[in-house]
Write a protein that binds this ligand. Sequence first.
Ligand SMILES: C[S@@+](CC[C@H](N)C(=O)[O-])C[C@H]1O[C@@H](n2cnc3c(N)ncnc32)[C@H](O)[C@@H]1O
Length: 557
Amino acid sequence: MVLNPVISKLAGKLVVLASASPRRLEILTNVGLKFEVVPSWFKETLDKTLFKQPHEYAVATAKQKALEVAKRMPFQHLKTPDIVIGADTVVTVDGLILEKPLDKQDAYNMLSRLSGKEHSVFTGVAIVLCHVLQGMEIEYRIFDFYEETKVKFADLSEEMLREYIDSGEPMDKAGGYGIQALGGMLVEYVHGDFLNVVGFPLNHFCKRLGEIYNAPSESLSQSVRSETSRDQCTSADKLTKCVERGETVERPNEDCKDVAPALTSGGAVPRGGVYCNLNFPHRIVDLMDGFKASKCLFAASKLKATERLLDALVSLGLLTKFKHTETTAYRNTDVVNQYLVSSSERSLHGYILHCNDLVWPLFTHLEFAVQEGASQYERAFGKRPEDFFQDAYYSTCDLGGCTGAMAYEFTKAHPGLSVTVFDLPTVVEMSSNFFPNHQHTSRVTFVAGDFFTDDLPKADLYILARILHDLPDEKVHLLLSKLSTICSPGCGLLVSEIFLDEQRNGPSRALLQALSMTVGKQRSAAEYSLLMNKHGFSQDCIKYTENFLDALLCIKE
Ligand SMILES: C[S@@+](CC[C@H](N)C(=O)[O-])C[C@H]1O[C@@H](n2cnc3c(N)ncnc32)[C@H](O)[C@@H]1O
């Protein structure tokens, strides 16, 4: 076996595949390579018009994918990989670069373009070697190459195209087909490395590893020839070098001459591979810019972003930018869908809002905290910590809270809040397994009981949402006087109902709901306020939402 000695050179090293592609994983696993998979957050966002040749684009994307993982791992995974492998496969036909289809229509357009023609499949591969220097700076050496394979498609009938698209196979594959599965039926011939079409040119990769690791041992850097010498400096290289220097990709037109000093300064920069500029203080610059990145994330979690903010989010790997019917569009990256979208099971949305609303203002006063050795709550929020906690970190009890839908919304909006949902035993039995929008949080708990006869959980705020309208008057008074007894002064009572307007002739949904009520009655906000008043609660504010429920907040006197 010629290839095994190469693979065995990597034994004991932390090898990372910066790709989520199951096909690449399978190819590399099959040859006995031991590696971890850390999918890159870098998406195919490079401007294709900057590249003269399609393979330059694929190589540049592969480099960015690998570098992104190499730079993220020491912070996120608290370990530095020895080698990161990045790859990007594109299909080209009629001078166009085809990546993964956006939707079925896009897949249809791609496949009909390929029908009956020969096209090229390019995979760009980047091998990034990471080396921790003294002072924790990390040196990155990048070796890259590409492989081209020609593939000819048979003439595809409309029916075949539709059926293939309906199989779902095209969606996560460059060019919209997978040669190793159903897509193999579309192919007339393949000239070149078949595995390259699958997504990873194994043969070329092993040869390249051999060159890197079988080089005379005095110094890898002295002996390995770079694929990207300065004389061949392409737009793609410029981009990569800018990124390696800690600069942003928004400066792609920078001339190679400007890059040269960075590559040769410090005396330690070798001839082989492409190095990150050792003299550039990446760590410091990252720390200096960190607050801007955090604030971008916070703002985006709260607001409808402007184009400038969207572009900044693209640069942070949170969005990808693409052309859609002549306009620029943005879409969430996988990490955003997983961790930032509020409906996701793993959403950190609430915590991000907490960081923005509470942690951020505190940290802006860090100098004072250090000088004074004292809490900065008052300076940051104009309140003493004890008052602050009373405001922001209260416990709430949603009486008749049913599935906990409102409780989950409340905890989402208020990171410090915990809510007990109190409902009848049969309801709690079913509801406690129901997680609206897949939200799991220990801040929502369920307690079974009857609010007329059982003890109620202790809370700083009680919610009665869609409860009172459905009760006869004597029960309304029973419940409110019970609440009045257990609430101490300052305790809140939130009544949420559809409030009748003062003329009692609207809104329509209140009158329609009344049709299905037997014992209770609809009331105006003023009537509810009066009712609360009788039980020692004074009106704090009324909110007409023009949505399903209005709200009246009262405070125990
Ligand atoms: C109309 S639903 C309102 C649910 C929820 N608050 C909302 O706004 O969607 C009334 C809820 O009160 C609960 N409930 C009725 N009588 C109760 C009682 N005596 N003790 C506890 N919960 C009760 C019901 O089980 C039901 O979940």
